[in-house]
Design a protein around this ligand. Structure first.
Ligand SMILES: [Zn+2]
Length: 585
């Protein structure tokens, strides 16, 4: 295994890269033309910087690229392409493209070359006249909607869509910081032939426009050629270098038609997950309204209960415990942050005892959510000590829209740590505080947020409060439409309680995947260090959209997810070793 692979294993994602021969030099060609250098120079830009950024990034990835200029491009066009190996032409912010350069590029694409364009590629002609974005639209199946000035933002992030061929090394919704730069980003939208691999958003992942219009990275395969487009210029890469390297590594792998295999984040057939939870505190009995809505739809939720109030509502608590997840929201509504460890422990023991007086088994409930989202690492240390398994945290609990393992105790093995569920959506209090007077518009935000998380293939955590869930309250009235929206059958969102998510996340982490590749074949070595795991899947990024797969085991179901991805699904992945060979045709 290459060192890069074993390093990757330490990521919470535990994804696997392939053991591949390093790409031969001639497979990656980096285009640099004099006219772009002249134009950028006139604009006061440091043109050498783009080239330096590329060569340094490629060196870190262990790849080399041959630089081609205008004459080199012309020569390539006239050559007969030998063999069928994939070749990739990179057009790094090549703003100025002459008519003949455009013809050469088109000819190479027609021969099946992959192309990779960044930023405002091809937006000026040889006279430096503005030509619009038709080059991007024609070659990358991507519409440029707007340019975006980062200098006017309070901090913007590139947010990867999970489980795409370009983001195999990045967690869904990971906040990749983008500094304020002089160039404007290009906000793009893939057309029907292309797909989105990353979009932009602020720290809470809201875009100032609809998230669908904040696209930044797209990919497509059309007429036999692969096409990747990044709407961000190279000048932004170095601030979040590790993440941009990972995005670049997978983008190049996909363009070079190297298969990539990752573990799926969610049980098959789900593409995203959603936890609906209630902080059940003041007006405790209002939980009944949410219980009715969930139960009539066959859903389960998690009710983090303030135990000193819960004891006055034994019937509601019993109803929750019968069909849903009963969990803790402390004994009184005070934060935990900065309290001594012993005091945090004392409070947690008290809540466990208190809930146990109503439902004895509830003293062993495994979920906790701190009042006011006020907690620190001692909170998680105390939780683990007292047998709790998951912590429903705050928007800052994970940099991605996926669960994470607690880092409160570095010495504790991963499988024994708490699973931390970040609150990835605005809650009802955020919505009520917003200066939007029309309630329907306000609560439509819930639906669009859930859609955004689903689009990222991430985990949504929606927190509502019992005191805002009374009969005829705006949230209560808006909620059925929200539930119906997330339950649309084609959507494949796993709507479930917190412990189901926690157990899945823990179990998936216990599966190690190693992949080796040989001509036309992939070999998967899976080691499941825990109990058999239902609906486990790996996702194979295909070398060609037309590739078909044959697997060595009838126990594995092949499910085509889209043009570029296939899921291999085990109804039950057994404990111990499982080997699978895959023939690619
Ligand atoms: Zn609360």
């Amino acid at each position: 295994m290459r060192p890069a692979c074993s390093l990757l294993l330490t990521f919470a994602l535990s994804l696997l890269c392939l053991v591949m021969e390093p790409a031969r030099a001639q497979q990656l060609l980096l285009f640099q033309n004099q006219s772009t250098a002249e134009f950028m120079g006139q604009a006061g830009a440091d043109v050498a910087r783009t080239a330096k950024t590329w060569s340094a990034a490629l060196a870190r990835l262990g790849k080399t690229a041959k630089t081609v200029d205008t004459a080199g491009l012309q020569a390539l066009r006239q050559q007969v392409v030998e063999g069928k190996e994939a070749r990739v032409l990179i057009l790094p912010s090549a703003v100025v493209l002459s008519a003949s350069e455009r013809e050469s590029i088109a000819a190479l694409v027609n021969q099946g070359w992959s192309i990779f364009g960044t930023w405002a590629v091809g937006s000026r002609d040889e006279k430096f006249a503005w030509t619009g974005y038709s080059f991007i639209e024609d070659n990358f199946n991507t519409n440029v909607l707007a340019d975006y000035d980062l200098a006017k933002t309070d901090g913007w992030f590139l947010l990867p869509v999970g489980e795409t061929p370009l983001t195999t090394q990045l967690a869904a919704g990971l906040r990749i910081y983008m500094p304020k730069i002089t160039e404007r980003l290009l906000l793009v939208q893939p057309n029907e032939k292309a797909a989105l691999a990353a979009r932009g958003g602020d720290w809470v992942r809201q875009a100032t426009m609809s998230a669908n219009k904040a696209g930044l990275v797209t990919y497509s395969e059309a007429a036999g050629a692969r096409r990747a487009f990044w709407g961000v210029p190279e000048s932004i890469w170095d601030t979040s270098r590790a993440q941009f390297d990972q995005l670049l590594g997978s983008t190049l792998s996909w363009l070079l038609r190297e298969p990539q295999v990752i573990k799926g984040n969610w049980p098959h057939p789900y593409q995203s997950a959603l936890l609906i939870e209630m902080d059940t505190e003041d007006q405790f009995a209002n939980a009944g309204n949410l219980l009715n809505m969930l139960e009539s739809r066959g859903l389960t939720g998690t009710f983090y209960s303030l135990t000193s109030v819960a004891v006055k509502h034994a019937e509601v608590v019993k109803r929750i415990a019968a069909r849903h997840e009963l969990a803790f929201h402390a004994e009184v509504h005070d934060g935990f942050k900065d309290l001594p460890l012993a005091e945090q422990e004392r409070r947690m023991r008290s809540m466990q005892t208190q809930l146990g007086t109503i439902v004895p088994a509830a003293s062993k409930a495994t979920g906790f959510r701190a009042p006011l989202e006020s907690f620190d690492s001692n909170t998680e240390i105390a939780m683990r000590k007292l047998g709790l398994k998951h912590h429903a945290g705050s928007p800052g609990s994970s940099e991605s829209t996926l669960p994470v393992f607690s880092n409160a105790e570095a010495a504790v093995p991963l499988q024994q740590r708490l699973v931390v569920l970040p609150r990835t959506m605005l809650d009802d209090i955020n919505l009520l505080q917003m200066g939007v007077s029309d309630p329907s518009r306000k609560f439509n935000l819930l639906i669009s947020q859930a859609n955004d998380i689903h689009q990222l293939r991430g985990f949504g955590l929606l927190s509502v409060h019992s005191q805002y869930f009374g009969n005829d309250m705006p949230l209560t009235k808006a909620f059925p439409a929200f539930l119906d929206s997330v339950m649309q059958p084609t959507r494949q969102t796993w709507v479930t309680h917190a412990t189901a998510i926690e157990q899945w996340w823990r179990a998936k982490e216990q599966v190690n995947l190693q992949v080796t590749a040989s001509a036309g074949q992939l070999n998967l070595d899976l080691t499941n260090n825990a109990a058999p795991l239902a609906q486990f899947k790996v996702i194979v990024m295909l070398p060609k959209s037309a590739t078909t797969l044959q697997v060595s085991s009838p126990a594995v179901k092949i499910d085509r997810l889209d043009d570029q991805r296939v899921a291999l699904v085990w109804t039950s992945l057994p404990s111990g070793q499982t080997n699978l060979s895959i023939r690619l045709r």
